[in-house]
Design a protein around this ligand. Structure first.
Ligand code: C2E
Ligand code: MG
Ligand code: MG
Ligand code: MG
Length: 288
């Protein structure tokens, strides 16, 4: 039988942020010390093809494994890190870990895309493409297996530098994904100017789209733009069977969300791959 959303959200470790800790408790100094102490870790969330349930890749998401506060979520520290020049060292850590993990999966015979979130801050640094290319080479994986997920930010100071950096990443065959599409931070102008491979529809246009016609219209329009521009479409925030069913009906390429799996440590994937194989049969009985 198909597993409902409640069951699917219960699988795997469910890291919970300690809400007793106020956001103001985190300072640039504490973040810098945490980076130096290796307290920032990667979790991974699968991206699966809607047509047949094949796992095509993962997105890595940062967590702060704080010695006393527990697992701290990105909303508590990413903006601070961006504003205080700490995002580059943080990105370096997350990228190195993700590439190493991608290499491990590849050695196990799983050719997965590994997507890393990159702040626009980092993309105005002209050294960025060579830095990424060097790390990809060091990891020994083909560059197209790395995907950079970018969201436009209010902090974007130098759009021309960003365009230059992204174009050079593209020339190095690194995949480019426009994240949170439709939110106003990821705009149509970006789509026209930057050669993205993948469009990620923001979760506010995905979850419950079947129940709200305006939401559904925006979802369909976004998928149409991706298709006509020759980009892979990804829906984030797929929480329900009904979200999944609608996306498949609309011809969306890839789904990501709690319906498939919560973000989890790499070590949890070995078990999850097996569980998903079983669930996948139930989702699409015609696929062996
Ligand atoms: P994002 O890149 O759009 O990542 C998706 C967020 O949605 C993640 O939150 C993920 O845990 C959450 N999510 C996944 N599936 C579902 C679902 O079905 N329902 C709901 N409600 N949420 C879901 P998270 O991990 O808290 O990250 C939030 C944001 O922080 C990310 O949004 C990204 O913009 C940023 N971020 C995360 N890791 C990094 C990083 O390593 N570097 C940078 N620069 N930003 C990061
Ligand atoms: Mg992302
Ligand atoms: Mg997103
Ligand atoms: Mg989002």
């Amino acid at each position: 039988a198909m597993l409902g959303p409640a069951e699917s959200t219960r699988r795997g470790p469910t890291p919970v942020h300690n809400p007793a800790v106020p956001a103001t408790a985190y300072t640039p100094e504490r973040i810098a010390a945490g980076i130096a102490a290796g307290e920032f870790v990667n979790v991974y969330q699968p991206k699966v093809r809607l047509a047949d349930g094949e796992v095509t890749g993962v997105e890595t998401l940062v967590r702060w494994q704080h010695p006393t506060d527990g697992l701290v979520m990105p909303s508590q520290f990413i903006e601070l890190a961006e504003e205080h020049g700490l995002i580059d060292p943080l990105t370096r850590t997350i990228l190195v870990n993700a590439l190493e993990q991608g290499k491990r999966w590849r050695l196990e015979g799983r050719e997965l895309h590994v997507a890393v979130n990159i702040s626009m801050e980092s993309l105005s640094t002209l050294e960025f493409p060579d830095f990424v290319a060097a790390m990809v080479r060091a990891a020994g994986i083909p560059p197209h297996l790395l995907v950079l997920e970018v969201t436009e930010s209010r902090l974007m100071k130098n759009p021309l530098a960003v365009l230059d950096v992204l174009t050079r990443m593209r020339l190095k065959h690194v995949g480019l994904s426009i994240d949170d599409f439709g939110t106003g931070h990821s705009s149509l102008a970006q789509l026209r100017d930057i050669p993205f491979d993948e469009l990620k529809v923001d979760r506010r246009f995905v979850h419950q789209a079947h129940a709200d016609s305006a939401t559904r219209t925006i979802l369909e329009a976004s998928l149409g733009i991706a298709r006509q521009l020759g980009m892979r479409s990804v829906a984030e925030g797929v929480e329900l069977q009904s979200d999944w069913d609608l996306l498949r009906e609309l011809g969306c390429d890839v789904a990501q969300g709690y319906f498939v799996a919560r973000p989890m440590p790499a070590a949890a994937f070995t078990k999850w791959f097996g569980e998903w194989e079983t669930r996948r049969q139930a989702l699409r009985p015609s696929v062996a």
